[in-house]
Design a protein around this ligand. Structure first.
Ligand SMILES: [Zn+2]
Length: 278
């Protein structure tokens, strides 16, 4: 009897485990700074801020690693024209910045584009093997109505739209309809209205659910003082999105804003310009 149960019970246990759906991986999340824009007006980030205030904003991509995937949230920029029109410091080309975390450009499996601005969607072509994810409405607006009378396309570049179109012709572009899980343990949410249909990512990560807000939340101060971002199609919607981020994150400190240099001091350093969200 003892021998039988000793043999049979582990078999039952193994069968029960096999019947459960595979648990999504718990991801490691890294914030990777690839540049700094010094002396940026805080009033261009936080609605109603004192115009005299300036901040050296950090330019980030976020690397999500686990379950055989290397997912990049946003791609950064690198084309030379931006260095003429912007003062840029600490620049490391985004693919080389990601390499500092030990991941080569062609090992990036997915790039989630939160929105079409040049500093987020400007390096998709550096990651040639990646599946690319963007909201369908964002793609449709900036390839169409944004350039018609009454449309808005500030910060959106033809070259980046062309890159997205090329990815589409190569079968690598995924058009997402609103909120939902796009990869195991990685979901996107809309409503921030930084651009027409900007999205943010929520990751089942090792420390809990991490919200990678990108520009739907520029700075911690937006969240702490409940102030909308300065550049949005809809301030009320932006605040609602911030409230929702608080519900989605396991802990408010796991809500990561898009350009706050304090991210680099709040979390442990992995390498130069890289911290682990934990
Ligand atoms: Zn933006």
């Amino acid at each position: 009897m003892r021998i039988r149960s000793g043999l049979i019970l582990p078999l039952f246990a193994a069968t029960a485990l096999a019947q459960q759906p595979a648990a999504p991986p718990k991801y490691e999340v890294l914030a990777i700074r690839y540049a700094t824009v010094p002396g940026f007006a805080v009033s261009d980030l936080i609605k109603g801020a004192d115009p005299a205030r300036k901040i050296d904003i950090a330019m980030y991509v976020w690397l999500v690693r686990g379950g055989g995937r290397n997912v990049l949230v946003d791609s950064g920029f690198y084309r030379p024209e931006f260095f003429k029109s912007w003062k840029i410091a600490d620049f490391v080309r985004p693919d080389q910045a990601v390499a500092r975390a030990g991941v080569k450009a062609d090992e990036i499996t997915d790039v989630i584009i939160t929105h079409m601005h040049w500093d987020h969607a400007g390096s998709v072509d550096l990651f040639p093997k990646a599946q690319v994810w963007i909201q369908r409405d964002e793609y449709a607006y900036y390839t169409g109505a944004a350039w018609q009378k009454g449309g808005k396309h500030g910060g959106v570049e033809l070259a980046d739209l062309t890159t997205m179109l090329r990815a589409n012709t190569e079968g690598r572009l995924h058009l997402v309809d609103g909120d939902g899980e796009i990869l195991p343990g990685i979901s996107v949410y809309t409503g921030g209205r930084h651009t027409w249909a900007s999205q943010y990512a929520v990751v089942d990560a090792l420390p809990g659910r991490v919200v990678l807000a990108s520009d739907n939340l520029y700075l911690y101060e937006n969240l702490d003082k409940h102030l909308p971002i300065a550049q949005t199609f809809d301030e009320a919607s932006n605040l609602q999105a911030q409230d929702r981020m608080r519900k989605l994150a396991s802990d408010p400190r796991l809500i990561i804003p898009g350009h706050d240099p304090a991210v680099l001091t709040r979390f442990p350093k992995v390498s130069e310009g890289i911290v682990r969200i934990e």
